[in-house]
Design a protein around this ligand. Sequence first.
Ligand SMILES: Cc1cc2nc3c(=O)[nH]c(=O)nc-3n(C[C@H](O)[C@H](O)[C@H](O)COP(=O)(O)OP(=O)(O)OC[C@H]3O[C@@H](n4cnc5c(N)ncnc54)[C@H](O)[C@@H]3O)c2cc1C
Length: 434
Amino acid sequence: MTIAIVGAGFTGLSAAYDLAKAGRKVIVFDSDGEPGGLAGGFPIGSSTLLEKFYHHWFVSDRHIMDLIADLGLQNNILHRQSQTGLYYNNRLFRLSSPVDVLKFTALPFLDRLRLGFLVLQVRMIKDWRSIEHLSVEEWLVGLCGRRVYDLVWAPLLDAKFSTYKDEISATWFLLKLQLRGGSRGKNGSEILAYYKGGFAALAQQLRNAIVAAGGEVRLGQTVSQIDVHEGQATGVRLASGEQVPADQILLTTALPIAADLLAQSAPSDWLQALRKVQYLANRCIVLELDRSLSTTYWINVNEPGFPFVGVIEHTNFEPPETYGGKHIVYLSRYMPDSDPLYTISDDLYVAYALPYIKRMFPDFDESWIHAAHVWKADHAQPVTTRNYSKMIPSHVTPIKGVTLFSMAQIYPEDRGTNYAVREGRKAAALLTPP
Ligand SMILES: Cc1cc2nc3c(=O)[nH]c(=O)nc-3n(C[C@H](O)[C@H](O)[C@H](O)COP(=O)(O)OP(=O)(O)OC[C@H]3O[C@@H](n4cnc5c(N)ncnc54)[C@H](O)[C@@H]3O)c2cc1C
């Protein structure tokens, strides 16, 4: 029996690894020339790989840690303290620990206490379903007050979900707060994890392990259709015209792509349900600088009108020596793929963004830039609106032999490589009955 997997992101690779190890004949296809999907990388300097979009893990991300241990690569996991900040009203505030929250003078003292207390309050909520019908605003204003919400949380929500911000389910926010709040050291500071060589190096090692176990990973090959005969999948058709027979097909792409691949054969109400889930795109500038902007790893930009909403100085997490002494800064923004900021040319986007960097860091000069790279992802974030659990499609599809495991089905958790591994391994177990 041949199993074809569409997508060599962490879901597809994890599934393929378990299937190949279980002796199944497995072929993974991906349009990209490199494995890793959204967590894939590009070369910086002569050989080091850097993520196209900033990536880290939380200390509780056990599924990815287990997979790394299975590969015998656990010595490559790095744990580090990270510094977080918030840019508001032309000022940079540090917000890494409970003490920082108490010193956050942008809010009156009582509101600072309410902000700090929120972390304890969310730990006590055990049933995410009880707040799923509420929007983040409806839920949070009740917990920490209007002023805290407007100043701290509303801009973050706007940054992440753009035009959908008022519709996002409180559950999404609850789990995000619980995850971040749980990744802390003894003094309350955030501890995050990274991988020696980057996430892309891990994706390559996973690919090598699949091949060593007898599987195939075909990169730079786009699947254009799933072939179906009398309701049963018979194989995949590639954009090159090649047909590859397969008895089972695992789709790990975004839902609209899965719908396109089955557009000729699946019932229209099922296709419609898949297309109902909305996504936001992400556009990310990666700057290689000859010096540092600040000592903070992650700065949320809570100022309206900025063309980016996160300044992530990666080399305040993984040292610049890894990148030949270059300082790496990501400028990130989520938006609908129809947004003019998503469609303008890379050069224009960079030129538009730089004056805002200067506003945040007045010493900054364009001569510091060694190189600028721009990356885009159309399906970067599924939009988890109220009662999203009712919108999630089943892993079982109306076409026999086609299974669907995608980032949009991970809820109530948010997307992340840890959950991609969990889902990929779940898919492999489903396709390998005892
Ligand atoms: C800006 C940003 C920051 C993030 N930060 C983090 C983080 O810090 N930590 C973390 O763990 N996660 C983070 N994530 C999320 C993480 O990258 C994803 O959750 C995870 O990589 C999803 O893996 P996946 O395999 O499910 O999907 P994808 O990675 O989307 O993989 C799907 C694959 O399918 C391929 N494909 C699509 N259509 C076809 C086709 N027709 N034929 C062949 N191949 C096709 C695509 O090329 C892609 O490689 C971040 C994501 C973004 C966008």
